[in-house]
Write a protein that binds this ligand. Structure first.
Ligand code: NAP
Length: 286
């Protein structure tokens, strides 16, 4: 299958490209090893040229502005990169009769449900990043019926920066750690998500999916597990509330997601604790 991956230099995009490279013909929009196209997806004409040149049979749209605090400080740019660019790709794939898979986020939910969100619960984003991702979802669902919306959360991947590396680096530098207890979601390993996506795109079962490692945890609980598994069980972590962690974007409180639709197709991700151990093993961190 000829696949166009956007955001192929990002955490998920890099892994997706590796996962799919052996089995498929790949085109990517970021400069990565083996890729040859760089395109600003907010530019409609550039998107149109890209689609013409790549002639994909499916688009995996992983590009986004993922700086949640940056999005809060510049909501217009967030809407342009995460919403408008997605609308461009929705229109171009739809007119070409091509399926599109869009990566969305747990932050489309307000966190007030009191139980894990299924694919059929109603989004109600609280912050500009969440709103821009939801805008992208609606652009796709309203324009291209051949869509997969894949919501995920708290991605960790090899290379680049993420929560795990930040916690380990702070602990090893002897810094005092303060982590939020009342922000809860599903930590998700990019490798597991990429495998799940590879399965999903073979299904032709369009719709909304929650592809996250199973189980949810608070930021504090996640940090505790990271340090315990990495041999830093003695390092203390102060518990704080999300209001004590001053930042431009207030995250939703409880956005645990349940994988109902994917599981019905036999697509399941292992528990986050197993995924975290596998990640740390591969990093040589424990
Ligand atoms: N990271 C998470 O915890 C998380 C959680 C839930 C959902 N998601 C979603 O998962 C997807 C992948 O996230 P990620 O963490 O892999 O993202 P990432 O590492 O930040 O990578 C995003 C990629 O998108 C590219 N990009 C940004 N603006 C662009 C534009 N205008 N045109 C073309 N490319 C552009 C970036 O290129 P530059 O670096 O050159 O800007 C980067 O390569 C995103 O849709 C994100 O919203 C992520």
């Amino acid at each position: 299958m000829r696949i166009l991956i956007t955001g192929a230099a990002g955490r998920l995009g890099r892994r997706l490209a590796r996962q799919l490279a052996d089995a498929h013909d790949l085109q990517t929009t970021d400069v990565v090893v083996g890729a040859d196209v760089t395109v600003d997806l907010t530019d409609f004409d550039a998107c149109r040229r890209l689609m013409r040149e790549c002639a994909p049979e499916i688009v995996l749209h992983a590009a986004a502005w993922t700086d949640v605090d940056g999005c809060a400080l510049d909501p217009q740019r967030a809407l342009s990169v995460n919403g408008l660019a997605t609308a461009h790709l929705a229109a171009l794939t739809s007119s070409g009769g091509i399926p599109i898979l869009y990566i969305s986020s747990n932050e489309v939910f307000d966190g007030a449900l009191g139980q894990p969100y299924s694919e059929y619960d109603r989004p109600n984003p609280l912050n500009p990043y969440g709103y821009s991702k939801w805008y992208g979802e609606r652009a796709i669902t309203q324009v291209n019926p051949r869509h997969y919306i894949v919501r995920t959360a708290w991605l960790f991947a090899h290379g680049g920066s993420n929560f795990i590396q930040a916690i380990l680096a702070a602990a090893r530098a002897g810094k005092a750690l303060r982590v939020v207890t009342n922000e809860v979601a599903n930590p998700t390993y990019a490798n597991d998500l990429a495998s799940a996506i590879a399965q999903l795109i073979e299904s032709d079962r369009y719709g909304i999916y929650h592809l996250v490692n199973e189980g949810a945890v608070s930021r504090w609980g996640f940090a505790r597990s990271i340090l315990d598994y990495a041999g830093c069980a003695e390092t203390p972590i102060e518990r704080i509330s999300r209001h004590e962690w001053q930042r431009p974007s207030l995250p939703p409180e409880q956005t645990a997601m349940a994988n109902v639709a994917g599981a019905s197709l036999g697509i399941r991700l292992r528990p986050w604790q197993e995924a975290l151990r596998a990640f740390l093993d591969a990093e040589g961190a424990n």
